[in-house]
Ligand binder design. Structure first.
Ligand code: 4NP
Length: 158
């Protein structure tokens, strides 16, 4: 059986998508589900960098160490490697659709979607970029991505 695989994509891969990756890892472990999970950025400026210190601190508040995560830019192979790719906001989703390979030989097979579409009542909304914000904004990011992760695990467990 093919293990489900999920990629989270934001802009820099240092704030929102690493937290989404951490949240889904935690929910998958709690549910006993084996899921291959990664995150990436549409931009490459932070490639090789650890998550933003405020994202590391927010994960730490929930008992999760993400300090070893390293940012990377999304690549065309991701669209065939991952079963599902979730964009953290609408701009990320537009960028993913633009980057997705669409040739005869290397067409994207991943399902692309907006992360918050997983959460009833939050469809169509963004996980707000907390990069220019405060610790409270990072706490809101965690609340959003962990709720989406719970919904995704519940859906996969069905
Ligand atoms: P992220 O946040 O997309 O959630 O990782 C950002 C990180 C860096 C930048 C913007 C957003 N930046 O402009 O460098």
């Amino acid at each position: 059986m093919n293990q489900p695989s999920v990629l989270f994509v934001c802009l820099g891969n240092i704030c929102r998508s690493p937290l989404a990756e951490a949240a889904l890892r935690a929910e998958a472990i709690a549910a006993g589900l084996a899921i291959s999970i990664d995150s990436a950025g549409t931009g490459g400026w932070h490639a090789g960098s650890a998550p933003d210190p405020r994202a590391i601190a927010e994960a730490e508040r929930h008992g999760i160490d993400i300090s070893h995560y390293r940012a990377r830019q999304v690549r065309v192979q991701d669209f065939q490697h991952f079963g599902q790719i979730f964009a953290l906001d609408q701009q990320n989703l537009r960028d993913l659709r633009r980057i997705a390979p669409n040739g005869i030989l290397n067409r994207s097979t991943a399902r692309l979607g907006l992360l918050m579409d997983l959460v009833p009542g939050r469809e169509g909304t963004a996980v707000i970029d907390p990069y220019g914000g405060t610790a409270e904004d990072f706490a809101q990011t965690w609340a959003d991505v962990s709720e989406a992760a719970r919904q995704l695990v519940a859906r996969m467990a069905r």
